[in-house]
Design a protein around this ligand. Structure first.
Ligand code: WT7
Length: 630
C-alpha cells in the first residue's frame, strides 16, 4: 500500500514527482506487481505516430496479478459478490480462490476449443460473474476480448464481430432486466449469419428456448465439465493487446479502442486504490455494466488487481422499486458506491421516501462517472445518500484513457459540486483555444488535451491506426485531444463542460450523431436526417432528430414510430431518438453543409440567439423548423 496517497500535500508531492520524473514514478508503482520478466525501459513515446509503449519488453500475465497473487493471502476473501436482478433470487459470492479455479477451468475450456494467443473473442453477456470470468479467461490465455453491451442490436453486434474478426462469441441464452426476460442467444444467431465465428459458448441464465447450431454452439456448463481447475497463464508482452472496446465517435462507425496489458494493469489498480481510498476488507460497488469501459476498469480489473471485493449487479435501479440500490447497499454494507449522474437524477425524481427504510451508514465514498453531474444532483447525492459525511469523487475519464484522469482523491481533495477537481498523478493536462494555443494560468476555458502519455492510454484503433491519429492526435499537434470542453477556475480546479464535437452523451452512453443519422437513414422513406443533442432532465442529453421523409400515404405518427424502431434495430434501444421532427428541408449553407448550430439552438429552445441566418441557402426553412419544434 506504499503507493497510497494519504494527505493533500502527499498528493501534490506525488503529482510533482510524476511530472518531473515520470519514469521513476511509474516504475515504482509497477514494481509492486508480479512480472515474469521486468521491463527494459519504462516509457518510449511519440504522439506523432502515435507510438506509445510502457514497460517495454516487460513480460507478464495480468491475471496472475489478480489470481495467483491473492490466492494464498486473500483466498477466502470475496472477489465478486453477485446480486441478481430479482431480489428474491439468492446472490453468489465468489472468493479469490474460487475465482482462480473458475478462470482456470474456463480458460482450459477455451483452449480446448482451439482459442489461444491473439484470437479475438466477443463477450455478449448479461451482468453475471461468468462475464468477468470470461474476460479474465481470455486474458489468461492471451486471447483478446471485446465485450459488447448486451443491449446492442444484432446489427451493431455483427459490425463489431466482423470488424475485429472474432473467432468466438461468449454469450447467454437470455438476460433478466427489471421485469423483463430478454433474448440474447437469438440476437447472436442473427448477428452470426455472415461471419467467421467458429465457436459460440452459451451460459445458461434464463433457461429459455434457444437454437444450438451443431458443431458451433456449446453450453458453458458442458464445456467446463472435466476441465482442470488450474493452469499456467501465458506469458504476454506489456504491449500485447488486452482488449478492444468499441466506442462512438463523431464519424459514422464505432471504433475499436485498443488497450494493452502492462500499462492498463498498472493504471487501473493505482487509480482505483487512490481515488476510492479502498482499504482491505471494504466492499466496493460500481453499478456500471461490463459492456462499458467503467465495467472493465472499475468492476473487473482495477478492483480485482487491488484484492478488493467488487459487487456485480444484474438488475436496474428501479426494479422492483426505486429503493433497490439502497437495499443492496444495506444488504452488503457497501463502503464505496460508484454510479452515473443519470441514475442519480432518475432516482431523485422519486423523492427521498424510497431511501428511508435503508441503513446507508456503511457508505464512506460516493462516486460519479460518465457525464457532467449537475449541482442539484450532486447536492442530492451528498445529502440524501452520503448524509453529508461521504466525499463525492466526480471522476472524469474516457474509454480511450483506460482509467480515471481527473478526480478528487476521496476525503483528501476538497470537493466542489460539479467539478472533477484535479488531475491524478501522471496526468498532464492542457487547455487550448481553437487555434491550439495553450491557455496557461487559472480562470480559463477551452478544449481539453493531454500532453504527456499515461500508462492506461489508448494505443490504437483496431485495424485502422490512421483513424487513431486523425481522431486524437491531429487536431492539436503533439497532444491527445479529448473532445471535451473544460474550464479551469480561479482555484485551478477543472470543470468538464461537455463534448465539443459531434458526440452526445445520453444517460452516460456515448453516441455519435452521425451514427444515429445513418441508422435513421436506413428507413426506406427517409430522405435525409440531422441529429443533435438537447438538455434532458434525467438523461443529461436527449436525442433530437430532424428528418426529411417521403410522406406519401403516411401519417406522421406511424412514420415516427417506424423510425424509432429502425434505430433500435440498427443500434439498440439506447439510441432511439427522444424527439423526431419531420421537416421539409434542413438549414444548409450555400455549399450544402448542414448548419447544426441552428438545429441545436432550436432543439435547446434557445431561439433568441440564433445568430446570422442570412447566408443560408433557404432561410425560410428555419422558420418552419421553429414553428414545428417538438
Ligand atoms: C465522455 C467519455 C469514463 C467512463 C464512462 C464514459 C464524458 C465522463 C465525466 C465526468 C463530465 C464526463 C466526457 C467524456 N464524461 N466522465 N465525470 N464529468 N463528463 O466513457 O463512453 O468513453 O465517454 O464522457 O464527455 O469525453 P465514454
Amino acid at each position: 500500500m506504499s503507493d497510497r496517497i494519504h494527505t493533500l500535500s502527499g498528493y501534490f508531492h506525488e503529482y510533482q514527482k510524476s511530472v518531473t520524473q515520470p519514469e521513476e514514478f511509474w516504475a515504482r508503482i509497477a514494481d509492486s506487481f508480479h512480472w515474469k520478466k521486468r521491463w527494459d525501459k519504462v516509457l518510449q513515446w511519440d504522439f506523432e505516430g502515435p507510438d506509445v509503449k510502457w514497460f517495454v519488453n516487460g513480460k507478464l500475465n495480468i491475471t496472475e496479478n489478480i489470481l495467483e497473487r491473492h490466492l494464498y493471502t486473500l483466498g477466502d476473501r470475496p472477489a465478486i459478490i453477485w446480486e441478481a436482478n430479482d431480489p428474491n433470487e439468492a446472490g453468489r459470492t465468489i472468493t479469490y480462490r474460487e475465482l482462480y479455479h473458475e478462470v482456470c477451468r474456463f480458460s482450459n475450456a477455451l483452449k480446448a476449443k482451439g482459442i489461444g494467443i491473439g484470437d479475438k473473442v466477443i463477450i455478449y453477456m448479461p451482468m453475471v460473474p461468468e462475464a468477468a470470468i470470461a474476460m479474465l479467461a481470455c486474458a489468461r490465455i492471451g486471447a483478446i476480448h471485446s465485450v459488447v453491451f448486451a443491449g446492442f442490436s444484432s446489427s451493431a453486434l455483427s459490425d463489431r464481430i466482423n470488424d475485429c474478426g472474432a473467432k468466438a462469441v461468449l454469450t447467454s441464452d437470455g438476460n433478466f432486466r427489471g421485469g423483463k426476460k430478454i433474448p440474447v442467444k437469438a440476437v447472436v444467431d442473427e448477428a452470426l449469419e455472415k461471419s467467421s465465428v467458429e465457436t459460440v459458448i452459451v451460459y445458461q441464465r434464463t433457461e429459455q428456448d434457444v437454437t444450438m447450431k451443431e458443431g458451433r454452439d456449446y453450453w458453458w456448463h458442458e464445456v467446463i465439465e472435466g476441465e482442470a481447475d488450474t493452469n499456467t497463464a501465458e506469458e504476454m508482452d506489456s504491449e500485447d493487446m488486452l482488449f478492444i472496446l468499441y466506442t462512438s465517435g463523431s464519424t459514422g462507425k464505432p471504433k475499436g479502442v485498443v488497450h494493452t496489458t502492462g500499462g492498463y494493469m498498472v493504471y487501473t489498480k493505482y487509480s482505483f486504490e487512490n481515488v476510492f481510498q479502498y482499504s482491505p476488507g471494504d466492499v466496493y460497488w460500481c453499478t456500471a455494466d461490463v459492456g462499458w469501459i467503467t465495467g472493465h476498469s472499475y468492476i473487473v480489473y482495477g478492483p480485482l488487481l487491488a484484492g478488493a471485493t467488487s459487487i456485480m449487479f444484474e438488475g436496474v435501479p428501479t426494479y422492483p422499486d426505486a429503493g433497490r440500490f439502497w437495499a443492496v447497499v444495506e444488504k452488503y454494507k457497501v463502503n464505496q458506491f460508484y454510479t452515473a449522474p443519470t441514475a442519480i437524477r432518475a432516482l431523485q425524481a422519486y423523492g427521498t421516501d424510497p431511501i428511508e427504510p435503508y441503513d446507508l451508514s456503511s457508505l464512506k465514498v460516493l462516486g460519479s462517472v460518465g457525464e457532467p453531474i449537475n449541482e442539484e444532483a450532486w447536492h442530492w447525492y451528498h445529502t440524501h445518500i452520503g448524509k453529508t459525511k461521504c466525499p463525492i469523487v466526480d471522476t472524469w475519464w474516457q474509454t480511450e484513457t483506460g482509467g480515471i484522469m481527473i478526480s478528487p482523491i476521496a476525503g483528501i481533495t476538497p470537493t466542489k459540486p460539479a467539478f472533477a477537481t484535479l488531475p491524478l498523478p501522471g496526468v498532464q493536462l492542457s487547455i487550448v483555444d481553437p487555434e491550439g494555443k495553450e491557455l496557461t494560468g487559472n480562470s480559463v476555458e477551452g478544449n481539453l488535451c493531454i500532453k504527456f502519455p499515461w500508462p492506461g492510454m489508448i494505443r490504437t484503433t483496431y485495424g485502422d491506426h490512421d483513424r487513431c491519429k486523425q481522431t486524437y492526435f491531429s487536431t492539436y499537434k503533439g497532444m491527445y485531444f479529448t473532445g471535451d470542453g473544460v474550464k479551469r477556475d480561479h482555484d485551478g480546479y477543472y470543470r468538464i463542460l461537455g463534448r465539443v464535437d459531434d458526440v452526445i452523451n445520453v444517460s452516460g452512453h456515448r453516441m455519435g450523431t452521425a451514427e444515429v443519422e445513418n441508422a435513421i437513414n436506413e428507413h426506406p422513406l427517409v430522405i435525409e436526417s440531422a441529429v443533435v443533442g438537447y438538455p434532458h432532465e434525467v438523461k443529461g442529453q436527449g436525442i433530437y432528430a430532424y428528418v426529411i421523409c417521403d410522406m406519401t400515404n403516411r401519417t406522421e405518427e406511424n412514420l415516427v414510430n417506424e423510425i424509432k424502431a429502425t434505430v433500435s434495430k440498427i443500434i439498440g434501444p439506447i439510441a432511439k431518438p427522444d424527439k423526431i421532427q419531420i421537416v421539409s428541408g434542413l438549414p444548409k449553407t450555400r455549399s450544402g453543409k448542414i448548419m447544426r448550430r441552428i438545429l441545436r439552438k432550436v432543439a435547446e429552445g434557445n431561439l433568441d440567439s440564433m445568430g446570422d441566418i442570412s447566408t443560408l441557402l433557404d432561410p425560410e426553412v428555419v422558420k418552419e423548423i421553429i414553428d414545428g419544434k417538438k
